[in-house]
Design a protein around this ligand. Sequence first.
Ligand code: G16
Ligand code: MG
Length: 213
Amino acid sequence: KYKGIIFDLDGVITDTAEYHYLAWKKLADELNIYFDRKINENLKGVSRLESLEIILKNSDKVFSDEEKHYLADKKNDYYKEMIKKITPQDILPGVCDLINNLKEREIKIAVASVSKNAKTVLDNLGLLDSFDYIVDAEKIKNGKPDPEIFLNAADGIKVEPCCCIGIEDSKAGIEAINRAGMLSVGVGNPETVEEADIILKDLSNPSDLLNLI
Ligand code: G16
Ligand code: MG
């Protein structure tokens, strides 16, 4: 039934979700703004500027657009420094097996990430040429939870949305997959992905997913 699988990047293929958290935490600490892992769950899958807006809700100060761009750039500098160290060893357990199995079965695979750093991360992981299609911030107008990014990915691999499975670790991402009319698979924090059709701890056992196809 399913002919295409669309992977989120941060938190699904590799643990860059942790680096995003650490970079935001560093910025928030510098600004003396309260920020913790619970708040961070709402930032997953959300664009850089929207993430900053969520963090600034815990500050009484008013920031101009110019200041907001400066702060977002600063967070990105911290993040870019962290992702320099990424190597193929940072691919999460089971992901390579899964990719190889899907290719053998001629299932199309895509990446859907709103990150402007997606291609750099995939390149450092050695996965830039492993996918049939990649959609990142450049190709879309609306971020998750809008379904646009997943619909763009389905179009890119030429599979009807109803024949696609989307895999996500974020609340916004699961909503985007559901709204795109795809089967949603949530990994990671079960509360964050509670709206998913299927919830897995991680992808370390590829047959969890292969059994759905
Ligand atoms: C990712 C992360 C988000 C991040 C966003 C933008 O989305 O989950 O936390 O804010 O990208 O990233 P950047 O600042 O690098 O453009 P996704 O869709 O890969 O989960
Ligand atoms: Mg993610």
